[in-house]
Design a protein around this ligand. Sequence first.
Ligand code: GSH
Length: 346
Amino acid sequence: MKIRKLHLSAAVISVAVLASATSASAQSTLDIVKERGHLRCQVGTPSAGFYNLNAKGEWYGLDVATCQAVAAAIFGDKNKLEIQSVSSQARFTALANGESDLLSRTATWTMSRDTELGLDFLPPNFYDGQGFTVRKDSGLTSALQLKGAKICVTTGTTNELNMTDYSRVNNLNISNVTFEDWNVRDDTYLKGGCDAVTGDKSSMAGNIASFPNPGEHMILPETISKEPLAAAVRHGDNKWTDLVRWSIFAMVNAEELGITSANVDEMKANSKNVSVRRLLGVEGNLHNGLGLTKDWAYNIIKQVGNYGENYEAYMGDGELGIGIPRKGTTNELWTNGGLMYSPPMR
Ligand SMILES: N[C@@H](CCC(=O)N[C@@H](CS)C(=O)NCC(=O)O)C(=O)O
């Protein structure tokens, strides 16, 4: 196939590309995923909290939970899933060219990514912000003291761009040292190759925990950006976008309604609450619009859990968690003053 293409003229190639793009868009990602028998979901290089590997080599984390929820919704089995680990730099291309069905990896929803990369962003699963990690013995107490500093950053990220803005606005004359792999970025910092690391505060908190001496490092108080972290899909496949969007909302809605992986069977059998009954497929036909079976949301909650359970397990105080408090933050449910809000599921 590759060799044949070499003999084709540019005009023929563009026709061929157009034809394949048309046939790909005629078939929804949902049909492709169903036919394949599993979901291809893209995360990043293992990083605590969002996407990490356990001793058995299995993926877990808040972003992995989104992948599992979509697999559970489609197949009734959260493990019908191939996790792809892709660098920050390559992630959007891997989604746009069809290698991945879904991207769920600490990606910040920005206007240019949404409007220029052929992608659509889903509801954020974590509201983060960018900060700076420094050695405690540096004596630094504020990011505004980073004048002339050399700062390590992952390339292809909003962090790289925000830091440039921050430096310019505050006249800091920061020089950045960029890395495709955040492990190399952090190693360089630990070996003294830069004065600070910049990144999303929650990711950095998780990474610091795995440093040889976590107590020797701290995150400076300033938060220099908004980083609404959200899953993304290819633009133009509304059926697929709807399915992913409502799988995410189902987890938030379940938390609002007090449905957990532990009580979902009991709720399904006995709840008189009509919102619970609809979400769990006991009443109504919410599944029809998604092209799924009645138990799609039940399967998500039973196998993956509600949003709060996943926050607690991976971002909070769970055994695998990274201890980021949720109380009083934007990541609380709206009923507790946060931004986690599901439109009505009816
Ligand atoms: N939210 C930012 C950064 C996301 C990101 O890639 N994070 C950095 C760490 S702050 C990273 O390298 N994560 C590990 C990885 O994805 O390989 C963005 O969307 O550009």
